[in-house]
Write a protein that binds this ligand. Structure first.
Ligand code: ADP
Ligand code: MG
Length: 678
């Protein structure tokens, strides 16, 4: 029996399997599979007019072909037209190549012209058998993104078949007129089959109206699907948790400081969400040290004063435990029953904690992300706080949202999400931003120091510590191997202990047992340790105001978000704070760009924006494996204006033209539109 083709024309199962790898499973996918670039094969250049460095197509007759063995095995073919001779070389070739290039046969070769030692030549040109009678293409030739074993010729044929049918526009003509965008059909055809008078450079520039139309459509589809998700969520019901001003007011009263205006504002936004009978999905953003924890604690208390439980989750144990150690004593004093659940806890302790949670004897549970996966066993979970949401990835966010009964959710991120990303990939969430740091912070001075001057840095560390301060020494990041990472941390610790005998030095890394980790952190907090050697486990959340100096080794290997987070560990007290970035030469171009950004900027949002520019949204969000469709045509930085318009039109569409919305999402997301079915 023949497998049915997923297309409107027959395609063998083997070919269909290759196409699926490229995400091509419908005619529409082929139509939207746009070229990476184009080749101009509409013209022939006489050989005598060729210039080195130029891309050209020639039509010429084979004079002779032979296999040479020096300097290495290669096929050389001498070809000529009426005015000149050109050398063709193939370093990889099959025996039948030699047979193909019979003297007297005429071919077209296209490729880059180079000045070889025997005159002009082309290496590995594309070629077809053709003579004066063979018509030249009348259009530029598209070059498509492809995968192993799938040739351009096959792809071109498939796309051409898919293009045989007319393409209906999903958007009404009057909208296009308002937007100043061309029709979809014309846009798609010009990109797949550009007319010969089309200027290549213009077509390649993504400012071309055809590209702009596709970028707009893609952004609109994204906005529609996320806005739909948001609307569907607003139709879900959950227990409203209105402000009672009891535990929350009491907690604010115990704080040794007043909330910043930004904290007060974001807290009001969250408090109002919790009072709604629909599950909250709010992202609380704020730079490192902006005081998100207090706001999250207030949210938990509002849930608890309504008789519900709250869960406070962090991505790492060290961070989850720090939240627990910091908040539990204060909250317990208010009568809140807190528990700590962790994967490395003794089994009996953990079981006991879960039993208490399931029995409703616990109001607030702290733990790692794993906590949530067992969340079924809460008696009355009203709110889940997810700290450092950024690190869970977008995929997990969607997974959390798809759970059966929906508690309210507050997500927190210290890696600021640039506005463009918040407006696009996070459009299904509400966002609150703490855009101000608590008063009294001292700005951190950043220094870039070559590793060759490590001795100067050691002297600085000694001086700072003997002067009553404390310091962090962050070990190089070794992503490839956890074992090597551990080894490096231990070696660094041993070396520093030897080089700095006057100092009390501690070591903390991810492999320590939780109680060992806690003991080291407590000793550092109590100033029984001067210098804390650490792996990047201290990247998030650690808070010791007396530590005003940080040295980061091999800073050139670290990402911007990581450097910014690390640097945020200092500058928390009244001491003049310094962050020394040690780098090892030579530094790659990308690393140099990163170091420049971290050296020049302190504002987390601006750093994140630069990071996005350097890495692109896929890397930035870490969502390549998350299944969230990435943008193919739109560039958030370049197309900000389009993004804003797409957002407005998405609202208009959903409010007044649901049929247009459905048609548009179907075309762009097709079976991936599952995203909107949350
Ligand atoms: P982050 O936003 O990075 O999670 P934290 O919540 O850990 O920041 O807060 C950083 C530090 O600032 C903590 O020591 C916290 O007690 C303190 N803090 C929070 N809010 C204020 C405030 N309004 N005034 C002074 N200090 C504050
Ligand atoms: Mg925090």
């Amino acid at each position: 029996m023949k497998a049915a083709s997923p297309f409107s024309f027959p395609v063998s199962p083997a070919l269909a399997a290759k196409l699926v790898k490229l995400g091509l499973a419908r005619d529409t996918d082929l139509i939207l599979h746009l070229p990476l670039r184009w080749e101009d094969e509409t013209r022939l250049t006489p050989i005598r007019d060729l210039l080195p460095g130029q891309s050209a197509q020639v039509q010429a007759v084979v004079r002779e072909a032979s296999v040479a063995y020096r300097p290495r095995r290669m096929l050389t073919v001498a070809v000529a037209d009426a005015g000149g001779v050109l050398g063709i070389r193939f370093l990889n070739f099959y025996p039948n190549h030699l047979k193909l290039f019979q003297p007297g046969e005429s071919f077209r070769f296209s490729g880059e012209v180079r000045g070889g030692f025997l005159g002009l030549e082309m290496v590995h040109p594309r070629f077809v058998k053709a003579d004066d009678a063979t018509p030249l293409p009348t259009q530029l030739t598209p070059v498509y993104p492809t995968t192993a074993g799938l040739g351009q010729a096959t792809l071109r044929k498939l796309v051409a078949r898919a293009l045989a049918a007319p393409i209906t526009d999903t958007l009404p003509a009057n909208w296009l007129a308002e937007l100043g965008l061309p029709e979809l059909e014309a846009s798609i055809r010009v990109l797949h089959q550009p007319p010969p008078d089309c200027v290549l450079a213009e077509l390649e520039s993504r400012q071309h109206p055809a590209w702009q139309r596709l970028a707009f459509d893609e952004l609109l589809a994204q906005q529609l699907s996320l806005a739909t998700a948001r609307r569907q969520r607003q139709r879900l019901c959950t227990a409203p948790l209105p402000a009672q001003q009891q535990l929350t007011a009491a907690f604010i009263h115990t704080l040794p400081f007043a909330l910043t205006a930004a904290q007060a504002r974001t807290w009001q936004e969250i408090s109002a969400d919790l009072a709604q009978p629909h599950p909250m999905r709010r992202l609380l953003q704020g730079d490192v040290g902006s005081g998100k924890t207090v706001v999250a604690a207030l949210a938990c208390l509002q849930a608890i004063e309504n008789g519900f439980q709250a869960a406070f989750m962090a991505p790492t144990e060290i961070l989850a435990e720090q939240h627990y150690r910091k908040l539990a004593p204060v909250l317990s004093a208010l009568g809140v029953r807190c528990a700590w659940v962790s994967g490395s806890q003794r089994k009996s302790e953990r079981t006991a904690a879960w039993q208490a949670i399931a029995a409703g004897d616990i109001d607030l549970a702290f733990g790692t992300h794993a906590l949530f996966q067992e969340a079924g066993s809460f008696a009355r979970l009203g709110l889940a706080v997810v700290d450092e949401q950024h690190r869970f990835g977008v995929g997990q966010r969607l997974a959390l949202m798809q759970k059966g009964t929906e508690p309210h959710q507050l997500m927190m991120s210290a890696t600021p999400i640039p506005r463009t990303l918040a407006m696009s990939f996070f459009a299904d969430l509400d966002v609150s931003v703490i855009d101000e740091l608590p008063p009294g912070r001292t700005p951190v001075v950043t220094k870039l120091v070559s590793a060759a001057r490590r001795d100067d840095v050691l002297a600085r560390v000694t001086a700072a510590c003997l002067g009553g301060g404390q310091a962090y020494w962050v070990c190089p990041l070794i992503e490839e191997s956890e074992k090597l990472q551990l080894q490096t941390a231990q070696d660094t610790y041993t070396a520093l202990a030897e080089q700095l005998p006057e100092l009390r030095i501690g070591l903390v890394h991810g492999r320590l047992k939780p109680d060992e980790k806690q003991a080291v952190m407590a000793a550092f907090q109590a100033h029984e340790i001067d210098l804390l050697v650490a792996t990047t486990v201290i990247e998030v959340g650690v808070d010791v105001p007396n530590a005003a100096l940080m040295v980061i080794e091999h800073a050139e290997r670290m990402g911007l978000a990581q450097l910014h987070q690390l640097r945020g560990r200092v500058g928390r007290g009244s001491r003049e704070s310094v962050c020394v970035l040690l780098y090892q030469t030579p530094v790659s171009e990308l690393a140099r760009a990163r170091l420049k950004v971290i050296f020049e900027l302190t504002d987390g949002f601006e750093i994140a924006r630069q990071d996005l520019l350097l890495r692109g949204p896929g890397e930035f969000l870490g969502s390549r494996q998350s299944g969230l469709p990435m943008l193919r045509f739109a560039d958030l930085e370049r197309d900000l204006a389009l993004l804003e318009r797409a957002r407005d039109y998405a609202q208009r569409c959903l409010e007044a033209h649901p049929a247009i919305a459905a048609r548009h999402v179907e075309r762009w997301l097709g079976n991936r539109a599952g995203l909107s079915q949350t």
